[in-house]
Design a protein around this ligand. Sequence first.
Ligand SMILES: Nc1ncnc2c1ncn2[C@@H]1O[C@H](COP(=O)(O)OP(=O)(O)OP(=O)(O)O)[C@@H](O)[C@H]1O
Length: 184
Amino acid sequence: MSRKLANVLITGTPGTGKTSLASLLATQTGFKHVEIGRYVKEHDLHDGWDEDLSCYILNEDKVCDFLEDRMSAGGNIVDHHGCDFFPERWFDHVLVLQTENGILYNRLEQRGYSGRKLRENIECEIMHVIVEEARESYREGIVRVLKSDTVEDQDKNMDVALSLLGGAGEQGAAAGSPKKKQRC
Ligand SMILES: Nc1ncnc2c1ncn2[C@@H]1O[C@H](COP(=O)(O)OP(=O)(O)OP(=O)(O)O)[C@@H](O)[C@H]1O
């Protein structure tokens, strides 16, 4: 199987700037912005609502089944705060955004996060949980960790992403590489 266009995963702790970057990148490239949180809500890809964390309980199988055909076609920018349940073969590039803890704290607080939700997200960033998850889930050569503290960082990250997508046609060859996991 090969794709004419690449697929990109933009991941990182909530608040690190995934949606902002993915949205800009989609506008510039014409790729589809696949914001998993929004899809989960709009297409009922969940197992109900978590009252404690005020969020939907994502159903990984439903998400993967829903996206399979679209991902096979390529040209997607997937935006999600986790990355270990997607099939490895879906992605040609994985960008992990990281934000300095104090900056992230302010962003999440401004968004109305507090208590357990705020604390757990900051701990996630301090412990580099998503970076580790990405490195364990995807082959080394496609994972890039990018700083996302400032607007200047965002500009640089756009440049990185655009340069990666410049070779999108060839990247499709990676689509047939062996799967590391069979979660979906
Ligand atoms: N590089 C950056 N520099 C400064 N502010 C940023 C940067 N990236 C994002 N922001 C701001 O931080 C806030 C969070 O950004 P965004 O919603 O894109 O994060 P996210 O990682 O997609 O969060 P979530 O996972 O909860 O959807 C927004 O107000 C956005 O404008």
